[in-house]
Design a protein around this ligand. Sequence first.
Ligand code: SF4
Length: 392
Amino acid sequence: MTAQIPYDHQAELEDVLERCNALRQAPVPSGDALPEGYTGTLGHFPVYFPEEIAHAAGLLPVSVLGGGNKLEMKHADARMGSFVCSICRSTAELGLNGSLQSLSGFITHPICDAAKHLAGIWSRNFPEQLSQILYLPQNVNTPGAVRYVAAEYQRLRAELERKTGRSISDEALRASIRVYNENRRLLRDLYAVRRDEPWKLSCTESYLLTRARTRIPCEEHNALLGRALDAIGQRRQAAQDKPRVVFVGGFCEQPPLEMLETIDGNCYVVDDDLLVGLRWLTSDVPDAGDPVWALAESFVERSAASPVQHDARKTKEGYLMEMISSSRADGAVLTAAKFCEPGLDEQVAWSKHLDQLRVPYLVLEFEEKMTSFEQMGMQVETFAESLLFTLA
Ligand code: SF4
């Protein structure tokens, strides 16, 4: 009789995380490297992009999240003002240095002036790509909002049909919605671990696991998340004496990984708005009936708040407090990307509100290209210690 070799959950998780980290730095797949069944890739800028429509068109949705802190800026700085946020500048650089030349198209949203102008830069410099702005309603609290979003989604659908020469059937859209519903469920499970047993999964690990979907099909991401969740469930890690915090401000430009690691080293990050553009629909999208209407209705009724969505039902202070209370956080790390007007606006409102309620918080500014974290490390450590002192 052969002895059973015990299944090594830690090794399995490390293997998945290693793959995710490699995907974070991987080029956009093209030609023979495209996953089976896909004819091209569609780039989209944060935040609220319905990937299901690209997926149903046979285009791999590629969330474009800037160039990180290893990208050498050679072209974009000469074409954009130095007061523009890093993600816009590094995205333009990735286009101009050829890293995104295989995209079939690039879609952005008028979430702010910088993102709006990126579409113009794209269409002028890369005329071979489909370059579009997907307009979302300025006011979602009007009776016509769902109809308006559905019309925009139909326009996008028609543009993708023209670009690929392939029609997108309702059935294909419903099938894509089902694949993404599974993804939404898995991501909710991932965040439940962070909330309920944060010692089993750090913010950095959860970030890497979520971000992997920017380079692989959603089906493959579902399998990856399934493997990771099984391994995390078996993880044996003791809880440490760390305060519980929420992290906000990572909805568009992405903070460097080292920044997340710095915070993880001192706190349990029990909720965040990182990569919210990959998980903005907060519950399942109905997979029966008109799929475009279902997606549009989900955007209006069941989407995550962010500083670039204006909805009277989700006040700046309200959604932060909801995050803090539902994750039982002791405090908050309020961040904003340098030069990000919507993010900085939100930060002011948040800090004022937390002052009134006497909820402890730490304000940090970041830039995707930052490389020094020593000072930030000291700030986070002091904040964590003061939280622990208050809680003792
Ligand atoms: S980081 Fe802020 S300013 Fe820059 S594109 Fe995103 S929302 Fe706009």
